[in-house]
Ligand binder design. Structure first.
Ligand code: NAD
Length: 363
């Protein structure tokens, strides 16, 4: 098989980790032609547009992209280009596995859970009203009329839409994911005790979907604050977590912390017939161009992409190569060393070289 895949290098450390990841993916022997498009700072400089139409067109055409992190400057008309890409392409499921790898410093061992975050609505829908604006005052007036509750006039307002459609879609996705990947349990995370209508709808929908999978997958529910505590105290009790957008954002960073940090946390944004793979981390601008940061998260995002393409043998080889390099803890970046100032740490590109060597040995 030969694949054409959109490549979005992104900003800050993006181009470096993307370069490392594409070389590692190519080393598996899977045939790929990358279609590189610019989004973010580079696109703004070159085309005066932070998210040119060509980017979305390319992903729509190829149905697949590998993406570096993007910085969204104020005044570009976007709250976040990353969120805009997910929304424009209806990549409604954000899948973030949190898996321990021996050799990576962490307070925990043998973590293996998957966070599935709803990507299209909730407080991330970007419906906000600024303090002091006439429309905000009008909205406050209407809300007070409907609810008979007082809102301070000097308030800003964010709207949290949670629909039955999007809840059902993400919860079904989570159960299907669990079923197909031999996972035992799905935990729906919510705050329905307080947000009775929005999170209440998410929970009600989760309970209904769970019934359809009762013979295959165990269902549990957890209130998000309690979930945060339980994840720190006994993370091994969990398997697949499904959450509305904002809780998913926060809990997935917590889970990245359980396995050793952002340097190794991979992710995917998946829709019904297309997907964009990206690390959980951002553009870390202070490290840009230094050939310093850890490429693992981006490389493991590439592994997720290979699995999405059903190139499981190539994905296994790449993941095993990453695992071996992490376990040896020699040719690894500064953040993976016991001491961050360790002079034996290597650069982004050299860590990728070490991984490629292991991929090639296994060929
Ligand atoms: P960040 O993830 O970029 O960086 C936080 C810190 O994490 C860094 O300073 C660094 O110490 C560490 N880190 C991150 N990636 C690492 C890696 N690969 N190896 C080693 N250490 C690493 O988060 P931030 O500082 O909140 O955001 C910086 C910019 O990135 C912002 O403009 C933000 O909007 C953007 N961002 C983009 C995405 C995305 O494109 N999906 C996600 C998050 C943040």
């Amino acid at each position: 098989m030969f694949y054409k895949i959109t490549l979005i290098p992104g900003d800050g450390i993006g181009p470096e980790v993307i370069e490392a990841a594409t070389r590692c993916i190519e080393a598996t022997g899977v045939g790929i032609e990358w279609e590189e498009v610019l989004a973010g700072g580079n696109a703004l400089d070159k085309y005066g547009d932070i998210l040119p139409k060509s980017v979305l067109d390319s992903v729509r055409k190829n149905r697949l992209a590998l993406k570096g992190p993007i910085i969204t400057p104020i005044g570009t008309g976007f709250r976040s280009v990353n969120v805009a890409i997910r929304q424009a392409l209806d990549l409604y499921a954000c899948v973030r596995p949190a898996k321990s790898y021996p050799g990576v410093k962490s307070h925990y061992k043998d973590i293996d859970l998957v966070v599935i975050r709803e990507n299209s609505e909730d407080l991330y829908a970007g419906i906000e009203f600024e303090v002091g604006k006439q429309e905000t005052r009008d909205l406050i007036e209407k809300i007070e009329e409907f609810t008979k509750k007082k809102i301070r006039p000097d308030s800003a307002i964010s709207i949290k839409p949670i629909s039955e459609f999007a809840s059902e879609r993400i919860i079904k996705f989570a159960f299907e994911y669990a079923h197909k990947n031999n996972r035992k349990k799905v935990t729906a995370v919510h705050k329905a005790n307080i947000m009775k209508f929005t999170d209440g709808l998410f929970l009600k929908t989760a309970r209904a979907v769970a019934k359809q999978y009762a013979d295959r997958v165990i269902f549990e529910e957890a209130i998000v604050d309690n979930m945060a505590m339980q994840l720190v105290q006994k993370p091994h009790n969990f398997d697949v977590l499904v959450l509305p957008n904002l809780y998913g954002d926060i809990i997935s960073d917590l889970c990245a912390g359980l396995i050793g940090g952002l340097g190794i946390a991979a992710g995917a944004n998946i829709g019904d017939n297309m997907a964009v793979f990206e690390a959980v981390h951002g553009a870390a601008p202070k490290y840009a161009g230094l050939n310093k940061v850890n490429p693992t998260a981006m490389i493991l995002s590439g592994c997720l992409m290979l699995r999405y393409l059903k190139e499981n043998e190539a994905a296994d080889r790449l993941e095993n190569a990453v695992k071996a390099v992490l376990a040896e803890a020699k040719a690894v970046t500064y953040d993976l060393k016991a001491n961050r100032d360790d002079p034996t740490s290597v650069g982004t590109s050299q860590m990728a070289d070490a991984i490629i060597q292991k991929v090639k040995i296994s060929l």
